[in-house]
Design a protein around this ligand. Structure first.
Ligand SMILES: C[S@@+](CC[C@H](N)C(=O)[O-])C[C@H]1O[C@@H](n2cnc3c(N)ncnc32)[C@H](O)[C@@H]1O
Length: 369
């Protein structure tokens, strides 16, 4: 098995089948080698990492959240000496870094170990950035050294460690799996695609993280003093996020809004369903967000019905709840409905999405103008 084609993918643990479908659509010969942790898959892609990355840069997957190449494998002792050992032993096994591009090391530990990712990051970064090496820049790296420490089935061949195939029945052992890639190839600039946000004071719901992550992943900007419609707003997390970014928000939900929003004159709570608001005759909006808990296709139909009330320069963002069965056909039907009024500008299962995906929509009228 060549290490040029070994890849670690991450996805939501409940979406492994959908992520594997995306992998097979991009690389028909791909095969799962091992599950390293829930939602962390070691795969033999059958094509080089760079080919898969180029494919997904032009057609981004929805469910595969992050990927990294595995170009070097080293068994570990599982003790505090591991970071220093990796700093010594890993660099000669990895492809050379481009000395002109800023880099960072991203480590994930998928086993109980007596050290932290930070310890591996600093030890390895120190070894790689020494004289003549590339500059370390953890904020805006252009190349990433990814390291995953996990139990994996290993085999040694002519002194080189590789992954044993499933029929060899090897007992998994602790190893570091590492690779070098351009940050832009990894699908997410966060280790494993795990984008965490600090809890803000005054935060109303965990759903706020979904909206923050969507702004970042899709690169969405908000108009100054924009007018926003929040469908399915209760208890008001998304409304709060939009208010903090200067938007005037109409929050539609039969449920209550958090009392902290009650005295905010920039929030209008319409205590009704989206369907009722539609019958009443909505205003015009710069953006529409929709986190309504309902069948993905019904939600898509409502978004199409609201499209005439979205200004041509605006955008919309919605979550599509995944059913337990028939998830791919239901999603395809929801997309087909949405395409009657919108271009699907982006669709991802974000780190903060559970049984749902987030979709960014651009009104078709804008596309024509
Ligand atoms: C996941 S919660 C929304 C959380 C919200 N985004 C936040 O950040 O706090 C889903 C909401 O959808 C609302 N909902 C479901 N069907 C609706 C409909 N037909 N019209 C309006 N809201 C609806 C529910 O009342 C519920 O409050």
């Amino acid at each position: 098995m060549t290490t040029e084609t070994l890849v670690i993918l991450t996805c939501d643990d409940g979406s492994i089948d959908l992520a594997m479908e995306e992998l097979h659509a991009a690389a028909s010969g791909a095969a799962l080698q091992a599950t390293l942790a829930p939602g962390v898959l070691l795969v033999e892609a059958g094509v080089p990492f760079s080919v898969l990355a180029a494919h997904w840069r032009s057609e981004p997957p929805i469910f595969v959240r992050h990927m990294m190449p595995v170009q070097a494998i080293l068994p570990l002792g599982g003790h505090v000496g591991d970071p220093a050992f990796l700093a010594r032993a890993l660099p000669p096994l990895l492809p050379p870094l481009d000395p002109t591009l800023p880099f960072s090391v991203q480590t994930r530990l998928l086993a109980a170990l007596p050290y932290k990712p930070f310890d591996v990051n600093t030890a390895l970064a120190g070894a790689l950035s020494s004289e003549g090496g590339p500059p370390l820049d953890v904020r805006a790296p252009q190349q990433i050294v990814s390291v995953v420490c996990a139990e994996a089935p290993l085999r040694q061949q002519e002194g080189v460690w590789t992954i044993a195939s499933a029929d060899e029945n090897r007992k998994p052992r602790l190893a570091a799996l590492a690779g070098v890639s351009l940050a832009a190839e990894n699908l997410s600039s966060w280790a494993g695609g795990m984008r965490r946000f600090a809890r803000e004071e005054g935060q109303i719901s965990r759903a706020e993280f979904k909206l923050l992550e969507a702004f970042e992943v899709f690169g969405l900007g908000l108009p100054p003093r924009g007018v926003a419609l929040d469908l399915g707003a209760s208890p008001g997390g998304w409304t709060r996020v939009l208010r903090r970014r200067g938007q005037y928000v109409t929050a539609v939900d039969p449920g209550e809004l958090d009392p902290r929003l009650a005295n905010d004159r920039g929030v209008r709570h319409l205590r009704m369903t989206a369907e009722q608001y539609l019958r009443q005759g909505p205003d015009l909006y710069d953006l529409i967000v929709n986190d309504m808990r309902m069948d993905a296709r019904d939600s898509a139909r409502l978004m199409v019905a609201f499209a005439p009330y979205l200004r041509p320069h605006g955008w919309a963002l919605m979550t599509l709840k995944l059913p337990e069965q028939q998830r791919r056909p239901v999603l395809d039907q929801a997309f087909a409905i949405l395409r009657k009024a919108y271009r699907i500008a982006g669709a991802r299962q974000l780190f903060h999405n559970r049984s749902e995906i987030t979709v960014w929509l651009s009104p078709l009228e804008k596309e024509r103008s």
